[in-house]
Design a protein around this ligand. Structure first.
Ligand SMILES: Cc1ncc(COP(=O)(O)O)c(C=O)c1O
Length: 552
């Protein structure tokens, strides 16, 4: 199966495998395949890197995750199999993890070996486990049919923004809003501009523009005035920041990408929240990283699982979104910020903290300071954006890096695009100087919409669970049974688009959760929710049938 050196154009350090299926108990890493390789052999699409050391579960650790299942009703082997699937879904067992032998797990769980053998067999039949003599038994995801089109590398965002043919945007500037009998799109977590945003944009002094165009226009690190405003805001929020530490980027998206370019080599591990912003997943995938999910709860990233994950996966990078996380709206608890700062400080682990949604604040909640404030010498990169509070079309974000990274980051940015558009940066200065004003306006606009979604869920879908967000642009809801991918398809047939959890997750996790954005006007949201309720009622019977099929 392993055929090293078959594709000499690939620049990688690890062995290469070619073929279909999940070849061995290792994390599979996507590799950019040169067009010549694709042309010469269509099978070469199925190329990955074999990581030298797979992640191995110990008997006691896995038993700890599965133990609650031993108290549930029904055949024990089924409960264990279900519990294992759920642990994979939550991101507690990364794909590729090698499970302990049946006998070891049976001993740790104090159950018979036959029970564990039956559970493993069931999971193998369903496609969740695979085994090979000498390699053991490892976790995989059941085949779900063809993924995105062959030539599109935006696997995650591709599923959000692209229609079936992979090219057309669902909606574009200037297109009319959908009427009642058209699709209600509750899938995009971004707002149009507002009255205040428009007023501020059109109030830019023409003389400032004229002064701008006196310059040749290539400014890789960004407009000085904008960097000053950003550095000032960081310094005021207890994160002392020199001008040189700030780079203006083409959106937060590019900021993530610049750090990834500096830090990642093919096959490196990145710890990412599950769920998370799918654009980040696309970026890490582009750098051929192996992504390992870290669960998120109401207090943000579950840092309690980090020491163990770090020990087992040796990550090069951690990516998280501490304030009003997309999609859950969670705010990272202060003690968790401290834990991450400590980890980065002590181990040199590079951290990206992404505050793209942080300014969309709907309630008066106390937000902990940026993680970088807690470990000034640690390699922590802090990212912000104008996209979520003001308007994504400006394409202006920023990156604050530790001082000893400044020169490297500037070089990387220069290579990327020679600088972000200066006119947008001039407009961004105007907006950021009036941030609190826009924040108040957005809050008035969005809080009632958020409340509408929560009320609707309480009243119409009482068996769904969700966490009421105090900021951000979406509600993350969990259905009591079934599969959010399927529900999203049924919902589309009922005329409403929502994003299912797997589209926002590594390894297609979070199969029971979905994101409902409250970025549309109230009447549109209400209509969308009505359709979602109809979809759920239409879907529920199918779910029980498919579950029954699974149990046979
Ligand atoms: C957490 C997070 N980071 C980054 C981005 C992208 O931001 P930008 O438009 O500034 O590139 C988004 C957009 O959805 C996001 O939710």
């Amino acid at each position: 199966m392993v055929q090293p050196g078959l594709v000499p154009e690939l620049r990688s350090t690890g062995p290469v495998w070619i073929g279909s299926g999940f070849p061995d108990p290792v994390g599979l890493v996507g590799v950019t395949i040169p067009p010549t390789a694709k042309r010469s052999n269509p099978a070469n699409r199925q190329i990955g890197l074999l990581l030298e050391e797979p992640i191995r579960e110990s008997g006691p650790h896995l038993a700890g995750l599965l133990e609650p299942a031993t108290h549930s009703d029904g055949p024990l082997y089924r409960s264990l199999a279900e519990a294992l699937k759920q642990a994979v879904d939550r991101g507690e067992i990364p794909l590729g993890t090698v499970l302990p032998p049946e006998r070891t797990l049976a001993r740790s769980l104090s159950v018979s070996r036959a029970t564990v053998v039956a559970a493993y067999d069931r999971l193998k039949t369903e496609g969740w486990l695979q085994s090979r003599q000498g390699s053991g038994t490892w976790v995989r995801r059941p085949d779900v049919g063809p993924r995105s089109g062959g030539e599109i590398d935006a696997v995650a965002t591709g599923r959000l923004f692209l229609s079936k043919d992979g090219h057309d945007q669902r909606t574009g500037p200037g297109e009319p809003a959908p009427s009642d009998d058209e699709l209600v799109d509750l899938s995009v977590a971004a707002l149009p501009g507002s009255d205040t945003v428009n007023r501020l944009l059109s109030s830019v002094d023409p003389q400032d523009l004229a002064r701008l165009t006196e310059h040749h226009g290539y400014v890789p690190h960004g407009l000085r005035r904008l960097r000053e405003v950003i550095a000032q805001r960081f310094t005021q929020s207890a994160l002392p920041t020199e001008l040189d530490q700030v780079l203006v980027t083409t959106g937060a998206h590019q900021a993530i990408s610049l750090v990834a370019r500096q830090v990642l080599s093919p096959g490196d591990t990145v710890l990412v929240e599950s769920p998370t912003f799918p654009g980040a997943l696309d970026i890490f995938r582009r750098f051929s990283a192996r992504m390992v999910p870290v669960p998120v709860d109401a207090q943000g990233m579950r840092v309690d699982v980090l020491p163990d994950l770090i020990e087992r996966t040796r990550p090069a990078l951690v990516y998280l979104s501490p304030h009003f996380h997309n999609p859950t709206g969670s705010v990272l608890a202060a003690e968790r910020c401290e834990a991450i700062a400590r980890l980065s400080d002590e181990t040199g682990l590079v951290v990206i903290e992404d505050y793209a949604q942080a300014d969309v604040r709907l309630d008066d909640v106390m937000l902990p300071p940026a993680i970088a404030t807690l470990a000034p010498d640690a390699p922590i990169h802090t990212i912000g954006s104008t996209a979520k509070l003001f308007w994504a079309g400006l394409r202006i974000g920023w990156l604050r890096s530790p001082e000893d990274w400044s020169a490297r980051m500037l070089a990387t940015k220069t290579v990327a695009d020679l600088g972000s558009p200066l006119v947008s940066q001039l407009l961004a200065v105007r907006l950021i100087e009036n941030l609190e004003l826009v924040q108040r306006e957005r809050r008035q606009e969005l809080a009632p919409r958020r409340d509408l979604v929560c009320r609707f869920l309480d009243e119409q879908l009482p068996d769904w669970t969700y966490q009421r967000p105090s900021g951000g642009l979406s509600v993350w809801a969990t259905i009591p049974e079934g599969n959010a991918d399927e529900l999203a398809e049924v919902a589309l047939r009922h005329g409403v688009a929502i994003v299912p959890g797997p589209s926002l997750s590594v390894d297609d996790g979070n199969r029971r959760s979905l994101r409902i954005v409250y970025t549309r006007p109230q009447a549109v949201i209400e209509e969308g929710l009505r359709r979602l309720v109809a979809a759920w009622h239409g879907y529920a019977p199918t779910t029980s049938r498919s579950t029954a099929r699974l149990l046979v």
